[in-house]
Design a protein around this ligand. Sequence first.
Ligand code: SF4
Length: 362
Amino acid sequence: MLYKPERIYVESQVSALRFCRRILQQYADVEQIVVDSSDAIPELSDTGCSITQGKKILFLKKYQGSGFKLCPGFSEEVLCCNYYVLDLIENCPLECTYCILQAFLNKPLIVFHLNVEEIVEQAVSVIKKAAQRPFRVGTGEHSDSLALDHIFQVNPYLIETFSALPNATLELKTKTDLVDPLVGLEHKGRTVVAWSLNPHEIIRENEFKTTPLEKRLHAATRMISEGYKVAFHFDPLIYYPHWRSGYARTIELMFDYVAPRHIAWISLGTLRYIPILKQIAEERFPNISIFCNEFIPAQDGKMRYLKKIRMELLGTISGLIRKAGPEVPLYLCMEKHTVWEDIMPIHPRDAEALEMYLKCGG
Ligand code: SF4
């Protein structure tokens, strides 16, 4: 079901902006409260509101600072892919039990940054200045890229902007099938629509309010018929009793729906979390079992599966993908060089080399 907010707070300084006016007109039947700043929002006071309650409220505001930046996952310890993020939305109406946002966001509300043109202009200026290097840019780091676009309607604008940037690729990452707004747009091959995939049983027990696996894949075929390339992210990979058969079935299904030539890239990443997330998630979703395993703290402070388990998961799943689609660029998200060396046929020496391997500017 499409998300609809129960209340909308509007920062006075964005109320005249075009994205704001459109949202307020479209949701004229929803309570709308203009505030001078977030200090005036009771749900953001010390007593606050719960994560679940916060997701029902929309806050339209201006983003201060640079809304175009390197992926927050960047670290010297692991091989990064120089991914950039456009910070347009914070928080998500979907409910994944493992979602880092539950522990990471200091505002429980769903926030739209409505000075869109300003943020996009920052991105365009950086991308044009480095015309010789490829950029991969996503909007799905702090939300789902499609789950809220019936309200925000920012994706057509982004797709049009990126269609004129020959050295950049926009990635819209989702767990939904809300692709109607992407139909009929002039993307010029500069936008990739990506889905996070997991086996049915993991989706059923851990990805609430998302779209079932086969419907995600069906949406991918619709995008292919619109000329888009698609991508898939097996992230987070979950180590559970039937993971071998679960992931084998999922990969088989993915290639049944989508031929390798339509896939821009596939990434793999195992479950990782900051320690406080386990407590928050188990309070919100008392029946989950994904944290019932042996995890160790990594240097970045996140808990990860033991290296032996990570190798088993990544080695098996990358092997299945390579067998069915050897030509598809496949990379590991936030993994150490030693893990790349042990299980991947290629091992880019650094982020720039990985970026070139993904051919995102070509
Ligand atoms: S789709 Fe992504 S951002 Fe949304 S709840 Fe799930 S993990 Fe979090």
